[in-house]
Design a protein around this ligand. Structure first.
Ligand code: WT7
Length: 667
């Protein structure tokens, strides 16, 4: 508890506020504060208005069906196609020559695809998928580098009514296999490789290894030649009959393909996110409500205008890429900048060079990146022309006020509003965020729920400490507690693939009838909301959720390990670093390389992002009498705090010995 209250205290010292400039306000898409009250008065009617921004082939007969709550249905009876809404309709409206995607590769070349060209590329991929046997209702796994082809492939799936399941290109073969098997995927679309920090990421080889682990539902693997022959990279094994070359198949397809007419509640995609039990959850999003939510929030929060060059630095392997690279911006006919590689290649000014080169107007990135840039120094952004920027966004974890102010000063040149956007894979779209033309901001605060979103702060026991929709009453003193969302919203998750019970238990059982995101929250005296991170055991490492359980399972998978307990520990750059307490099997000889071996093992099992920063070998772990590991005490040790309540410990000596060991190791 003490870190939490410390976080609250630091945040609460914040008194600087920033008002939107008169200039920004007057041109903003939303500049009438009445929208909050209007939406709060009748949220269902309000969302119905938003849905009308999309093109439907059949209107809905009911806006919200809550009869099966928490299995809500939106725009029931309505029909539409998400790809049509993101591509075709813009071409039909005369925007065919407008750039849709500007793709900057890590080596430094770039390619611009107009909306007309996008339509052709997407249609060819759609036809190729059909040729591989993909049908409406099937699942396709997409494991690709962050290039335009990844976006096209997602849209191609949507076009033919197949659900995509994008797996981040940094995930290991085990992670691919687990997701592919859970979703019963038929076809994997991958690439020979991609670039990251000047090195090749061997995507196809990972897919081969995943399938070797056993993926019985996989019929075909479509391989995009991203690298082609340009490198010495060894293409690995080619499985005749299973592997299909993109240049053979996709490029020879007809360049038109009809859009499948989808029900509003048909599945658009599954995206896996970490769960506290270790098994990732396949979060399901459907078509009409999801698209309504991300379409509206893109326009409001990023203030998208026809000539914006919008850059979200996320990868499509995460929900941010789904909602705020592909579906939100493209359903608004935006020009989207996509960058394949790392921010320090060839040098630490790459992001700023990309902005300068393409005259980007909007930048949406993560606090972990901002903290890294702070560490690298201001000389990198200072030597670039960032004058095209007009709005900055942040997402993924709490942004500490210092990073916020740095972002404002050195990237925004004090001239750009910052939108700190709170949301989740599960919420589909942004829930809590300033509106850049309306909201006064405060560093570290995501400010307030968007119009149409209702929230509450609850005590541990579930008492409502305050509710927020439409207007926020300034509390007499700060209110801290657990966040809940109190009304359904169109882009909400529709469930967990294959596990409806877990959906109900995880999100709807903590507080009766309310959605429980699992985050702590604080409302300060001025009525600003501060999101404080997860209340449960999930770590947030460099903006990515990694469950302690997953890392523990990977450690225990190593032949030398008996038991492991993993915790998140405050980390200057990543937000949280991973700290593992490991007991070695008694018959195993510990050597100098054991710790490095274990770290590498986790990297292979889950992916480099989950590699522990510290591993402490210990004879025993602190447990309750019933045998549960007390991670709370491990966190106290790792943070150098006084130990919390130790009365439920099985053996108090264990924790004392562990603390001595931890301090002696100098971790
Ligand atoms: C969790 C969701 C949202 C897309 C990327 C992460 C944390 C996210 C913020 C923010 C404070 C934030 C929360 C949330 N989070 N944005 N602006 N301020 N915390 O998606 O992997 O589903 O993680 O990220 O803890 O619950 P995700």
């Amino acid at each position: 508890m003490s870190t939490e209250s410390q976080t609250i205290n630091t945040l609460l010292e914040e008194s600087r506020t920033y008002e939107p400039s008169a200039e920004f306000r007057s041109q903003a898409n939303l500049n009438d504060p009445l929208i909050y009250a209007t939406a709060a008065e009748d949220p269902v009617a309000f969302w119905e208005e938003q849905a009308k921004q999309l093109s439907w082939t059949q209107p809905w007969s009911q806006v919200l069906d809550d009869s099966g709550a928490p299995f809500f249905r939106w725009f029931v009876g309505g029909k539409l196609n998400a790809c049509y809404n993101c591509v075709d309709r813009h071409v039909e409206a005369g925007l065919g020559e407008k750039p849709a995607i500007i793709c900057e590769t890590e080596p430094g070349d770039h390619r611009i695809y107009t909306y007309s060209e996008t339509l052709v590329e997407v249609s060819k991929i759609a036809n190729a998928l059909k040729a591989l046997g993909v049908k409406k209702g099937d699942r396709v796994c997409v494991y690709m580098p962050m290039t335009a082809e990844l976006c096209f492939t997602m849209l191609a799936c949507a076009r033919i009514g197949a659900a995509h399941n994008v797996v981040f290109g940094g995930f290991s073969p085990d992670s691919i296999a687990e997701r592919v098997n859970d979703a019963e995927v038929k076809v994997i679309v991958t690439a020979d490789g991609g670039w990251r920090r000047g090195k090749v990421i061997e995507l196809k080889r990972m897919v081969d290894e995943a399938i070797e682990l056993g993926c019985p539902t996989i019929e075909k693997v479509l391989v995009y030649e991203r690298l082609g022959d340009a490198t010495q990279y060894n293409k690995g094994t080619w499985y005749e009959g299973r592997d299909v070359s993109w240049s053979d198949l996709v490029e020879n397809q007809p360049d038109s393909c009809p859009c499948e007419e989808m029900e509003s509640e048909d599945l658009l995609f599954i995206l896996y996110t970490s769960g506290s039990t270790g098994k990732p959850k396949g979060i399901m999003h459907t078509t009409g409500g999801y698209l309504t939510g991300v379409n509206a929030t893109s326009r409001w929060v990023f203030d998208l205008k026809p000539d914006d060059i919008y850059w979200c630095t996320a990868d499509c392997g995460w929900v941010t890429g789904h909602s705020y690279i592909v579906y939100g911006p493209m359903s608004n006919a935006a020009t989207v900048l996509v960058y394949e590689g790392s921010p320090d290649f060839p040098d630490k000014d790459r992001f700023w060079r990309v902005i300068e080169k393409h005259r980007a107007t909007i930048l949406y990135t993560a606090p972990t990146a901002i903290r890294t840039f702070m560490k690298w120094g201001t000389q990198y952004p200072e030597q670039c022309d960032l004058s095209s920027l007009r709005l900055l966004g942040s997402v993924g974890e709490p942004i500490n006020p210092e990073a916020w102010v740095w972002y404002h000063k050195y990237i925004g040149r004090k001239n750009c509003p910052i939108v700190d956007t709170w949301w989740q894979t599960e919420t589909g779209g942004i829930m809590i965020s300033p509106l850049p033309g309306l909201t006064t901001t405060k560093p570290g605060s995501a400010t307030r729920p968007l119009p149409g979103i209702s929230a509450a702060i609850l005590s541990e026991e579930g008492h409502a400490l305050t509710t927020i929709s439409g207007s926020i009453d300034k509390p007499e003193e700060p209110i801290g507690g657990i966040l809940a969302l109190t009304k359904p919203w169109p882009s909400m998750l529709r469930g967990i693939w294959g596990d409806p019970e877990r959906y109900v238990n995880t999100y709807w059982s903590r507080f009766d009838g309310l959605y429980f995101p699992g985050d702590g929250v604080k409302l300060d005296e001025d009525g600003f909301l501060f999101l404080l991170g997860r209340v449960d055991d999930i770590m947030l490492v460099a903006g990515h959720n990694i469950s302690t359980m997953e890392v523990e399972s990977a450690l225990v998978d190593h032949p030398a390990v008996a038991e492991a307990a993993v915790i998140g520990k405050t980390h200057e750059i990543k937000g949280q670093g991973i700290c593992a307490f490991v007991t070695i099997k008694s018959d195993v000889q510990v050597t100098e390389s054991t710790i490095d071996e274990l770290k590498a093992h986790v990297g292979i099992k889950i992916g480099p992002i989950a590699r522990p920063d510290d591993i402490i070998l210990t004879a025993e772990l602190p447990k309750t009498r019933s045998g549960k590991i007390m991670r709370r005490l491990l966190r106290d040790i790792a943070e150098g705090r006084e130990l919390g309540d130790t009365t439920t410990l099985g053996d108090p000596n264990v924790v004392a010995a562990l603390r001595d060991k931890y301090e002696a190791d100098g971790a």
